[in-house]
Design a binder for this molecule. Structure first.
Ligand code: 5AD
Ligand code: SF4
Ligand code: FES
Length: 360
């Protein structure tokens, strides 16, 4: 089959997905044009803002790729207090960002669970229920997910990181805390509780083949996910996975693969929400704009108070660490203007897929 047939007839077998992921020249261009068209026709040319608050880098996990893993004893650990978090929410509200994302390292102690619960209620209260809240707080019990849902969170991001069990075990310590089956179960729980559920993978990991990436795409489709965030893997020098730095694709190729993953998934799942991630920008100065052009429709301007940004380096070369919430807003407005998209100010910008999936 040629690329035109694959795309026109939407035959996304694993073999065809590998073919699309490895496309070059005119084929690659055709892929990007097709995904851009599908996006415009299905979900319009709006881009939604989610104000991202990275409120703590304290994490009980020890993922082998991550710059804030618990094994790093040299890192300054912070935990932004509620008052400051609410100030950031206020900024998002006043600037008409439809929603905020609360992200932190993973913790599941009672104090933490209670705290998030209170915080959610406060966010809803100070914004007259208008600010939507997405959580990105890792694996929790189903009861915790349920509690937070009832307190006002309605979307949850939990990347599977890789849907390939073997690769998952190579990039995580092999212990109970980093169990692939538990992660899968957490994703199922989120869906059952009723969240708009997001997942995603890192692209360009050591040992990751295009076959594995094709499986990731099929996983997201069969899991019927509502939102996706994918970004290139960027090695961090103070992590164990840095050992394999010489086996990685050049950064530009990891970036290109991520763009293709976004474009292909837009063809496979036209009405989901997909983020143009910060990691894309750390490789290519126009990374997020490029992602928007080929299929992404969500960006997450950082609204974390400036003084903490230096301690949330998940990977090297993370952008925006010297900028304020206001800087990121202005910067992104200008960037989105050049992509010919419109910013959906004052709207939640929910995943259309979530509602069509609910109807079935
Ligand atoms: N490179 C790219 N992304 C990373 N993340 C963590 N470490 C890295 C890295 N070195 C991503 C993971 C996680 C998200 C919060 O950040 O996918 O889910
Ligand atoms: Fe913790 Fe998330 Fe980093 Fe893993 S990726 S160490 S869970 S912050
Ligand atoms: Fe933060 Fe550009 S988005 S400075």
């Amino acid at each position: 089959m040629n690329i035109k047939e694959i795309i026109a007839e939407r035959i996304f077998t694993k073999e065809n997905l590998v073919f699309l992921l490895e496309s070059k020249g005119e084929d690659r261009q055709f892929l990007f044009e097709s995904s851009a068209r599908v996006k415009k026709n299905t979900i319009s040319d709006k881009v939604y803002f989610r104000g991202l608050i990275e409120f703590s880098n304290i994490c009980k996990k020890n993922c082998l790729y991550c710059g804030i893993r618990s094994g790093r004893s040299d890192l300054n650990r912070y935990n932004i207090d509620d008052e400051e978090i609410l100030k950031a929410v206020e900024f998002a509200y006043q600037n008409k960002y439809g929603s905020v994302v609360l992200q932190s390292g993973e913790r599941d102690d009672i104090a933490f669970v209670d705290r998030i619960d209170n915080l959610l209620r406060e966010i809803k209260r100070i914004s007259n229920n208008e600010v939507g809240v997405t959580l990105s707080l890792g694996e929790q019990s189903k009861e915790t997910y349920q509690r937070w849902f009832e307190s006002g969170a309605h979307r949850y991001l939990l990347r599977i990181e890789s849907s390939n069990r073997e690769l998952y075990s190579k990039i995580h310590p092999n212990n109970e805390l980093h169990d692939f089956d538990k992660r899968l179960q957490a994703l199922k729980d989120l869906k059952e509780v009723g969240y708009q559920t997001g997942t995603g993978v890192m692209v360009g990991l050591p040992f990751q083949t295009t076959e594995i990436l094709a499986e990731d795409l099929l996983f997201m489709q069969s899991f019927d996910i509502d939102m996706v965030g994918m970004g290139p893997y960027i090695e961090h020098k103070d992590t164990p996975l840095y050992e394999f730095r010489d086996e990685l694709l050049p950064k530009e190729e990891r970036f290109d693969r991520t763009l293709k993953m976004i474009a292909i998934l837009r063809l496979m799942m036209p009405d989901i929400n997909m983020a143009a991630t910060t990691a894309m920008q750390s490789i290519d100065k126009l990374g997020r704009e490029k992602a928007i052009k080929v299929g992404a429709n969500v960006v997450m301007p950082n609204i974390t108070p400036g003084q903490y940004r230096d301690d949330y380096f998940l990977y090297d070369n993370k952008p925006c660490t010297d900028d304020s919430a206001e800087d990121c807003k202005n910067c992104l407005e200008a960037r989105i203007a050049i992509t010919d998209h419109e910013i959906g100010y004052g709207e939640w910008g929910d995943s259309k897929h979530f509602y069509s999936r609910k109807k079935d």
